[in-house]
Ligand binder design. Structure first.
Ligand code: PLP
Length: 287
């Protein structure tokens, strides 16, 4: 199986689905999306993802034209095409539809949005990112302020990830001119200091990560305090540990920032405990 999808009522292998070049998602990045991790055809935290998709659509004044129930039904129909066991990803994208002639202004309100859903197998990341930890690169925070909406305008994220790749790092983390470490190009950033977990305040423009919530639950279960606090570039030598969290990677220990060691330069005990607990939650809910 290479990937199967749904596009505006048509179900087919991904290479047989085609969008119009006049789709506003293609022309303007005028759309929102979600990525959901799946195991044994069971989507992890589906409702939270659908809720965030609705919030993102509302945030860009996009009427998705489908109810939560309709979208959930599409996801479960799609999952019949996923491997019966093992892991997969479900991708959902909604755009403001096709418009002619091209115009920045919204199309007429009866323009149907474009709905695209896809599923493909996902093997996860190499085990060594969890056992050895990863390096992160820093990238200037050049994004717009509404990054709490999960839109397909991802060029800064793409450039941050490429910068990371060129530096041999796993992730590019956005840093503001005054040294605030905001979040990764596709992950939430955490630090550990004196036994407490710190993460960027939700009042800062960041994506409200679904995995961040799972990390919060894990910390509660483990009795580890978790606080919102600005993570600062100049503070990172004082952090005992750092880690990233995302749907596709769960929890990944960060052992270096731009090549400089964090803590002891290897995955720390708090991160390892949280990773273990997050995986336990994931396996329990997708068993
Ligand atoms: C910018 C950004 N921050 C954080 C995350 C992590 O969010 P989640 O845990 O919902 O995958 C993502 C996921 O893609 C992201 O794109």
């Amino acid at each position: 199986m290479t990937g199967f999808g749904y596009l505006n009522g048509v179900w087919a292998p991904l290479d047989r689905l085609h969008i119009s070049p006049l789709d506003r998602g293609f022309l303007f990045g005028d759309g929102v999306y979600e990525v959901i991790r799946v195991r044994n055809r069971r989507p992890f935290r589906l409702e939270a993802h659908l809720e965030r998709l609705e919030a993102s659509a509302r945030g860009i004044l996009l009427n998705p034209g489908k109810s939560r129930e309709e979208v959930r039904d599409l996801v479960f129909r799609l999952l019949e095409q996923a491997p019966a066991s093992g892991e997969a990803l479900v991708y959902i994208q909604v755009t403001r539809g096709v418009q002619f002639p091209r115009s920045h202004a919204f199309p007429p309100p009866d323009t149907p949005p474009t709905w695209f859903l896809a599923v493909w197998p996902f093997e996860g990341y190499p085990e060594e990112i969890y056992t050895r930890g990863v390096n992160i690169a820093l990238f200037p925070e050049v994004r717009w302020r509404w990054v709490h909406l999960k839109t397909v305008q991802l060029l800064p994220n793409v450039l941050a990830k490429e910068e990371a790749r060129r530096k041999g790092a796993f992730e590019g983390v956005f840093v503001t001119p005054d040294g605030l470490l905001v979040e990764g190009s596709s992950s939430t950033l955490f630090a550990v200091r004196d036994g407490a977990v710190l993460t960027t305040p939700s009042s800062t423009p960041v994506l409200p990560g679904i995995t961040r919530k799972v990390v919060e639950e894990a910390c509660r279960g483990l009795g580890i305090p978790l606080r919102e606090a600005p993570l600062r570039k100049e503070d990172f030598p004082r952090y005992d540990e750092m880690f990233l969290a995302s749907t596709t990677a769960h929890v990944v220990p960060v052992v270096a920032v731009e090549g400089e060691s964090v803590g002891k330069g290897k995955p720390g005990p708090v991160t390892r405990e949280i990773l273990k607990r997050v995986l336990a939650i994931y396996f329990a809910e997708t068993g």
